[in-house]
Structure formats: C-alpha cells, structure tokens
Design a binder for this molecule. Structure first.
Ligand code: PXP
Length: 254
C-alpha cells in the first residue's frame, strides 16, 4: 500500500489573525499542532496581496518547523525570488489571476506553457520539488509533462462542490474525472497529489484512489478546529484518510 501524506494548509489561521492584526492566532503554532496531530507537511500560500500568510510567517515556518514546507505560489518574479531565498521542500504553482486560470479553477498549463516553463525550471534547479495545481484532465496532465514538472496536484474543487450541493450524479462524474486523471498521471510518470475543498465527507473517496500520494487540506480543518480543536480535527481527517486507503487496498487485493 502506497503511503498517503497529509499536508495541512494553515492559511486561514493567518486569515483570522489578520482580521484584527497582531499575532493571534499564530500560524506557526498551528503548524506545531499539526505536526503533533500527525500531519506530514505544512502548506502555506503566500499570496501577492498578502491577504493571509505574510513574508514573516514563511521565514518562521522555514526556521521553526521540522515538517517539510510546501509553498504555494503564483508564477511571478517576486514569488520565485522568495522561494529561492527560503528554499522550501516544495513549491506548488497555483493561479491567482483570472488569466492564469482555467474556467474550472486549475492552472492554465496548456495556454500558459511559455510563461510557466522558466519558473518550473528555476525551482527545479534549486532542488525545490515543483508541483502544478491543475484540473483533473488529460490535456492538463500532458501539459504538465511538457513543462517537465515532476508532480501535479489535482484540483478537487468541482468534486467537493458537487458534494456540498448534494448533486449525487455530478459528484460521481467528478470523482470519475479524478480517478481517470490520477491513473493517467501514474502512466505519465507524474507524482499525483490532490486538494481543495476536502471535508470529512469527501476525503475518503479521494484517499481511496491508489495513485494519489498526498492530500493538501486547510479551510475545512480550520473551520472544524473552532468546534473541537485543531489537533482533533486533523487527527480525525488523518484517520478517515488512512481507513479509506486501507479499505480500498484490501478490496483490490480480495
Ligand atoms: N491545494 C492547493 C493547491 C490550494 O491552493 C489549496 C487552497 O489554498 C488547497 C490545496 C487547500 O484547499 P482548502 O483550504 O479548501 O482545503
């Protein structure tokens, strides 16, 4: 059975802190709690407008947290310079502007090839593992290969939205898209991650996809933390992921 890693995205701890200024709640403390609760990595998105995570948060996460840091970043010169300065374990290139995005929300890797290629190259040359946040479709996966990216993160937003809306048919269709894309990623030799909008209700079916090796989850975990504490929400997510992965593995070998 392939291990399934959990990356905890702490952006929205910073969102709450920034609502009042000051230092509370501290995203670095959240990262420490995530480590204690069984996270395999910490994810943080330094946005161009600094609406949640700050430059200082990134500095502290790099210096004070033992877990690997996955820096989500737009493909801009400013973000590249920051990534190269801090040398996080990984960088995930995400869209921030409308023109960088497909209509569904993933990075426009097909139309954006020429813009993205130098960023992928520069990060790789600095030994930073690069992933591209893309829609779960073959065209985007082919484009990721053309960009020499070793890792893709499949956007689970449409699948999670269908679940929230109670649209059973669309949920099934979107899950099938994720399954197909994850299998195609494996055939292309890409390491496959997934994330966006995952909840206790949606994580199991994604965790059961055998070729996905990492899930990045944030907003729901932070929301649940309000009711039961951060460590408890992460532990429950971890347990749901691990159970779904183990059950799917057993079902395939039966
Ligand atoms: N993966 C990527 C690439 C993201 O941009 C985000 C959202 O910042 C996530 C995962 C986590 O999404 P959510 O906060 O909805 O769990």
């Amino acid at each position: 059975m392939r291990q399934l890693r959990l990356g905890v995205n702490i952006d929205h701890v910073a969102t709450i802190r920034n609502a009042r200024g000051g230092r509370h709640p501290d995203p670095v403390r959240a990262a420490q709690a995530a480590a204690k609760a069984g996270a395999d990595g910490i994810t943080a998105h330094l946005r161009e407008d600094r609406r949640h995570i700050s430059d200082d948060d990134i500095l502290q996460l790099v210096n004070e947290i033992d877990l690997p840091l996955n820096l989500e970043m737009a493909a801009t010169e400013e973000m590249l310079e920051i990534a190269l300065r801090h040398s996080p374990h990984a960088a995930c290139i995400v869209p921030e502007k409308r023109e960088e995005q497909t209509t569904e929300g993933g990075l426009n890797v097909v139309g954006g090839h020429n813009h993205l290629a130098p960023f992928v190259r520069a990060l790789q040359e600095a030994d930073i593992r690069v992933s591209l946040f893309i829609e779960p479709d073959r065209e985007s996966l082919d484009a990721a290969v053309a960009l020499n990216a070793p890792v893709v993160e499949l956007h689970t937003g449409a699948y999670c939205e269908a679940d929230l809306e109670g649209d059973v048919l669309r949920r099934k269709t979107e899950l099938t898209r994720l399954l197909d894309a994850a299998a195609y990623a494996e055939a292309l030799g890409l390491e496959c991650h997934a994330g966006h909008g995952l909840t206790f209700d949606t994580v199991g079916d994604v965790a059961a996809i055998p070729t996905i090796v990492e899930l990045n989850i944030g907003h729901f975990l932070m929301g649940e933390a309000i009711f039961g504490g951060l460590e408890s929400s992460i532990k429950r997510m971890r347990s749901l992921m691990d159970t779904a992965r183990a059950e799917a593995t057993d079902a395939r070998s039966a």
